[in-house]
Design a protein around this ligand. Structure first.
Ligand code: KIV
Ligand code: NA
Length: 264
């Protein structure tokens, strides 16, 4: 297949083709995911949990993110590479945030992602000015789990819904190329997606977003003790890891995943 570029993603969005995103942290899985047809590989700061064994994403450093981004970029041929900015790398100091985003791009990212709403809009604008595409991440934002107080669905109340809507619109206006919704009621993610020009990606946000993302270890059923409602073990009925990833791709492309069972 041809390399997936930002233009490819925009075209998929325009034509209503679901965008398949999956987390990836190393070169062998990058080759496998690329082969299986994953559109976007996300070097998620979830690597703090899946790779490093921490309980949250808080301890992850920018060097960790750059290292895993470089590993993925080496194994990948054609997928789009999206790298997370880690906790503490973008809201402390804006110049430092720009330098950290540059590090991830130099490591092989095609776009960076960070959590937050109105407070990150100025940074979105600055990164766009120097040629760095941005995916915003709103709804449940794991880097703020200590402040949120637990793993709660966001946007359930009328004021919560309004906040999500305002954030998504402001991020689009600031220049974000994509918005990711985590743990948001399906109906609200779908409604906001229709109001936006840019594609949306969901995790625990229902089937009405422009694309889906899951954590690699979750779809392979190899995350001991962790079974989020919004995930699915695609090893069930698959004879290999390659096939499980291909089945995930197929399920998202055909909108058979997620179902109500995986949504809020
Ligand atoms: O870090 C991550 O893997 C993520 C996705 C779960 C959206 O941000
Ligand atoms: Na993340």
């Amino acid at each position: 297949r041809k390399p997936v570029k930002l233009g490819t993603l925009r075209k998929m969005h325009q034509e209503g083709e679901p965008i398949v995103m999956l987390t990836c942290y190393d070169a062998t899985f990058a080759a496998l995911e690329d082969e299986a047809g994953v559109d976007i590989m996300l070097i998620g700061d979830s690597l703090g949990m899946t790779v490093q064994g921490h309980g949250t994403t808080i301890p992850v450093s920018i060097d960790d993110m750059a290292y895993h981004t470089a590993c993925v970029a080496c194994g990948n041929k054609n997928a789009f590479v999206l790298a997370d900015m880690n906790f503490g790398s973008y809201l402390v100091n804006e110049d430092e945030a720009v330098r950290n985003a540059v590090k991830l791009m130099k490591a092989g990212a095609n776009m960076v992602k960070f959590e937050g709403g109105l407070e990150v809009c100025p940074l979105v604008g600055r990164l766009k000015q120097i040629g760095i595409p941005v995916c915003a991440h709103i709804g449940f934002t794991p880097q703020s789990v200590n402040a949120i107080g637990g793993y709660y669905v966001q946007g359930k109340t009328a004021s919560g819904e309004e906040k999500l809507y305002q954030e998504a619109m402001a991020l689009q206006e600031a220049g974000a190329d994509m918005v990711l919704f985590e743990m948001v009621p399906a109906e609200i993610a779908s409604k906001i997606t229709k109001e936006l020009r840019i594609p949306t990606i969901g995790i625990g946000a229902g089937v009405g977003t422009s694309g889906q993302v899951l954590v690699l270890q979750d779809i392979l059923g190899i995350f001991p003790g962790r079974k989020p409602k919004f995930s699915k073990n695609f090893m069930e009925g698959a004879s290999s890891i390659q096939q499980a990833v291909a089945n995930y791709v197929q399920a998202v492309k055909s909108r058979q995943f997620p179902t109500d069972q995986h949504s809020f």
